[in-house]
Design a protein around this ligand. Structure first.
Ligand SMILES: *[C@@H]1O[C@H](CO)[C@@H](O)[C@H](O)[C@H]1NC(C)=O
Ligand SMILES: *[C@@H]1O[C@H](CO)[C@@H](O)[C@H](O)[C@H]1NC(C)=O
Ligand SMILES: *[C@@H]1O[C@H](CO)[C@@H](O)[C@H](O)[C@H]1NC(C)=O
Length: 469
């Protein structure tokens, strides 16, 4: 039986640091694996015959002769020439005006189908998605609401007189022949009035509205107090943003591929003795250097620190025999990247036992990957990745869900966990990120000396290729 095709990875899939029994091979991060038609295809294989010499590579790399070969500055200086050829990956246009308008139209029809009169949202990923109203707009006790009428798709917003300035909102009510027109886009209220009473007066036809999932309780209470019934965001409306358009996939592919190239460049320059913070700082500068520094975040954990989700020791340096876990991302025109690699510096090794754990996580990721197809239930995909880890005896140490949606938010619908019975939809982008985490205390209870953590993470585009005859 041929394995059915799986969904499409946004990235060359994974690195594979590896050591053999007799000769020691280190597969550098240049090794990527993608599945095409169910076959594993190795791309860009770059084997480094390490041959057990014990040389960790320090002094033979681009840092040779540097004054501080272990500093963040030296790491950045070494990585930049390797990363620079990939900067054009970020040449992807921002979402165009027409796409915002068509999103509003789609939402309007979905609202009509749901039997509500309008959609109400506070500044959030939803307003960013529908009207280019930034999610970083400061929320205060004074509401600023995006309003979209069902059926007509008429856009408006509620705000306090004089408070809104400089927003690049996208809307187009000029062509509408309906009850509202462009002159009524803004529903302003003065501070001595209830904004909800003003809204109820300005939109007398609105009896029932759908509230965005990110809106605060005070908004729901305020609307209800003004006689407007509030219903929660439906799964159908959530799915509108979860399913990506071609323009969104291009942005996600651009920033995620660039992020992987950044990790690769850092890997080639990483040295035993470097501190976790050096990787954090160098990576931050590398993203900033190409104009995508604003959304930067990272989790960089060495050795047993990787077993603690938020790390522990400040200033932990990479020792011989330890993995470096790098979970990192940034944003391009609002769309996020989220990539994790558990790697070794060039020439470094870990025990066969640790390599076995790395391979178990890789196999778990592969199992999840094969199940990530249209109409697969999220909880089933999560469970498929767990089987491999359980069989290897590490079930209790795979302590989090398999993955999450990725888009304007770093974590968004759909969530791949054991409790989610939603089905994957064509065009969703989700992460596949199994891991095994054993703290040093736990290690002692299972006959090991030191703790460790291994996670591999790739974003995946859900396709319908998985349907086999
Ligand atoms: C969306 O907002 C950004 C930031 O204000 C702006 O640069 C961009 O031109 C806006 N997009 C559209 C389509 O108006
Ligand atoms: C919009 O509505 C106002 C009042 O309801 C009206 O005076 C105005 O002419 C309308 N504008 C357009 C462009 O239809
Ligand atoms: C997914 O399920 C829906 C509803 O049952 C069905 O219409 C569609 O054809 C299925 N898609 C695939 C690719 O299996």
């Amino acid at each position: 039986m041929a394995m059915p095709d799986a969904s499409e990875p946004l990235l060359p899939r994974a690195s594979r640091p590896r050591n053999g029994a007799v000769r020691l091979w280190v597969l550098r991060l240049g090794v990527a694996v993608v599945t095409i038609g169910g076959l594993l295809v190795l791309l860009n294989l770059s084997l480094h015959d390490h041959n057990g010499s014990g040389d960790d590579g320090a002094g033979s790399g681009p840092n040779e002769g540097g004054n501080a070969p272990l500093s963040a500055a030296s790491l950045e200086a070494c990585a930049w020439p390797l990363l620079e050829p990939h900067v054009s990956l970020l040449d992807v246009p921002a979402i165009a005006r027409d796409e915002y308008l068509s999103r509003q139209e789609t939402l309007a029809s979905a609202l009509a189908a749901a039997g509500v009169d309008a959609f109400v949202a506070e500044p959030s990923a939803s307003t960013e998605y529908y009207a280019n109203i930034s999610s970083s707009f400061d929320l205060s006790e004074r509401p600023f609401l995006m309003l979209l009428e069902a059926k007509t798709g008429v856009f408006s917003y509620l705000f306090e007189t004089g408070r809104i300035a400089g927003l690049d909102m996208v809307y187009d009510n000029r062509d509408r022949t309906d009850s509202q027109n462009a002159t009524e886009v803004a529903v302003a209220w003065a501070e001595e009035e209830s904004p909800y009473a003003v809204l109820a007066r300005a939109r007398p036809g609105w009896k029932k509205v759908m509230l965005d999932e990110h809106a605060r309780y005070m908004i729901a209470a305020g609307l209800q107090g003004a006689g407007i019934e509030v219903v929660p965001m439906s799964e159908t409306v959530q799915a509108l943003r979860a399913v990506k358009t071609a323009a969104e996939v291009a942005l996600l592919r651009g920033i995620n591929t660039f992020t992987l190239e950044l990790v690769r460049s850092v890997q080639k320059c990483l040295r035993v003795g470097m501190a976790q913070e050096a990787v954090v700082t160098a990576s931050s500068h590398l993203f900033a250097r190409v104009g995508v520094g604003e959304g930067y975040w990272s989790i960089v954990l060495f050795g047993d620190q990787a077993a603690y989700p938020h790390g522990g020791k400040h200033g932990k340096t990479l020792a011989e025999g330890e993995f470096a876990l790098i979970d990192i991302g940034s944003k391009l025109h609002g769309y996020g990247s989220d990539v994790t690699r558990t790697i070794l510096p060039t020439g470094a090794e870990v025990s066969n036992e640790l390599m076995g754990i790395w391979r178990t996580v890789f196999a778990a990721q592969s199992a999840g990957f094969e199940r990530m197809r249209v109409n697969e239930t999220c909880s089933d995909v999560d469970a498929a990745s767990r089987v491999v880890v359980k069989e290897a005896g590490y079930g209790p140490f795979y302590t989090h869900r398999l993955g999450h949606g990725l888009g304007l938010e770093m974590h968004e619908h759909p969530y791949l966990n054991g409790a989610n019975s939603e089905k994957l939809k064509l065009g969703e982008v989700v992460t596949n990120e199994p891991g095994i985490y054993v703290t040093t205390e736990q290690a002692k209870t299972i006959g090991k000396k030191f703790g460790f953590g291994v996670r591999l993470e790739d974003p995946i585009l859900v396709t319908d290729k998985g349907v086999s005859p």
